[in-house]
Ligand binder design. Structure first.
Ligand code: ATP
Length: 345
């Protein structure tokens, strides 16, 4: 396996190395051989190659099975300078779905307990994929793109994820009665895909209903699949339900490759202090192993993913090596070390 390491900016420089540390421990244990490829991106890319998305990185990514991507501090990049852009990696590599779990832990304070949801968000279309017009200064027209191909592939991903889980249930979130053609097409494709997965329960819920239902009874859900913009909002609700951004990992998947990327941004307010919570980044790496195991049939990657998940649960349950956002006093490095040690144990 060839896996890239892209540190990103700010807290990325602190949490990505912890993720790599834990992944290396798990790969060593399961006998999975990995060629690690550090690649420049963000401010480091600009410093060394004059571009936040250097050509060498764009080229080398094509050869990899997957990569770990730290957050990009794009909010402080100079505007209107094409060498300081947010790297368009999701688009370039056609990463079409974001898998975003929201999982509660008994020892971590959260609004709800017993939450275990995976959101599957479409990433390539929806609002923003189509053009916006301002025919005059009083009116703006924005468009939304929904395709059969985009809807079917994200639905398939959701059903594949559901098959790996105990409850095996997919809920499609949309609003067909209001957006008959756009949400209608998404819903039709989800229904078609559902027929190929008779072993998975399928249900549909209106986007406004699910927004409330998630806040009152998130335990009712297993896998939730939805379109790009709705997913953007629902996944942040998911993070809020279980204790915040430090606990929100993510994986962007394409046909051939996947990118581990936590939901949180570069958190410049806490960068450089060794206090950022590495959980989200470490569990994003765990998801990359899990995906490689599932899609490539690589049992050692699945085993490594299982080892990381068990180690993280153990360290959280013990409560001795948690960062301060989780109520502990450990540094980023101490929490990463404890998880790596638990993997090896
Ligand atoms: P962006 O626009 O780049 O996505 P954002 O506006 O969503 O960024 P974040 O950088 O994610 O903002 O930070 C939001 C808040 O969450 C900040 O107070 C930050 O310190 C906190 N935060 C983010 N990530 C972590 C983490 N890994 N550990 C602890 N706190 C975090």
């Amino acid at each position: 396996m060839k896996i890239g390491i892209l540190l990103g900016d700010d807290v990325g420089l602190e949490v990505v190395p912890e993720c790599v540390k834990v992944m290396k421990a798990a790969a060593g244990k399961s006998g999975l051989e990995i060629e690690w490829r550090p690649l420049p991106i963000g401010r480091r890319g600009h410093r060394e190659h004059g571009d936040t998305y250097p050509a060498v990185t764009a080229r080398e990514l094509r050869e990899l099975d997957g990569w770990i991507m730290g957050p990009i501090g794009h909010n402080t990049y100079p505007r209107n300078d094409p060498t300081w852009m947010m790297p368009p990696i999701r688009k370039d590599f056609d990463l079409f779905a974001a898998l975003r779990p929201a999982k509660s832990y008994p020892s971590i304070p959260s609004i709800h307990q017993d939450v275990d949801i995976v959101f599957v968000r479409e990433l390539t279309e929806g609002m923003g994929a189509g053009p916006e017009f301002r025919p005059n200064d009083e009116v703006t027209i924005a468009t939304r793109v929904i395709s059969r191909k985009g809807s079917a592939r994200v639905a398939r991903e959701a059903f594949e994820v559901a098959r790996t889980r105990r409850r095996r249930k997919v809920t499609a979130a949309h609003k067909e009665p209001a957006y008959r053609l756009a949400c209608g097409m998404f819903a039709e494709e989800c229904r078609k895909v559902a027929r190929s997965y008779p072993d998975v329960t399928f249900e549909e819920e209106m986007i406004d209903t699910i927004a409330m239902h998630l806040v009152t009874a998130p335990q009712d859900y297993d896998v939730i699949v939805t379109t790009n913009q709705f997913g953007d909002i629902l996944t942040d609700i998911g993070a809020g339900l279980i204790g915040g951004l430090g606990l929100a990992p993510g994986l962007c998947v394409g046909k051939r490759q996947a990118m581990a990327q936590a939901t949180h941004g570069s958190a410049p307010d806490i960068a450089g202090k060794n206090i950022a919570n590495p959980y989200a980044m470490i569990m994003s790496g765990q998801m990359l192993f899990d995906w490689l195991g599932r899609v490539r049939g690589e049992a050692r990657a699945s085993e490594a993913a299982g080892a990381i998940e068990a180690a993280v649960s153990k360290v959280i349950a013990e409560g001795k090596h948690l960062t301060r956002d989780l109520g502990g006093r450990a540094t980023t490095t101490e929490m990463g070390d404890a998880i790596a040690a638990a993997v090896r144990a």
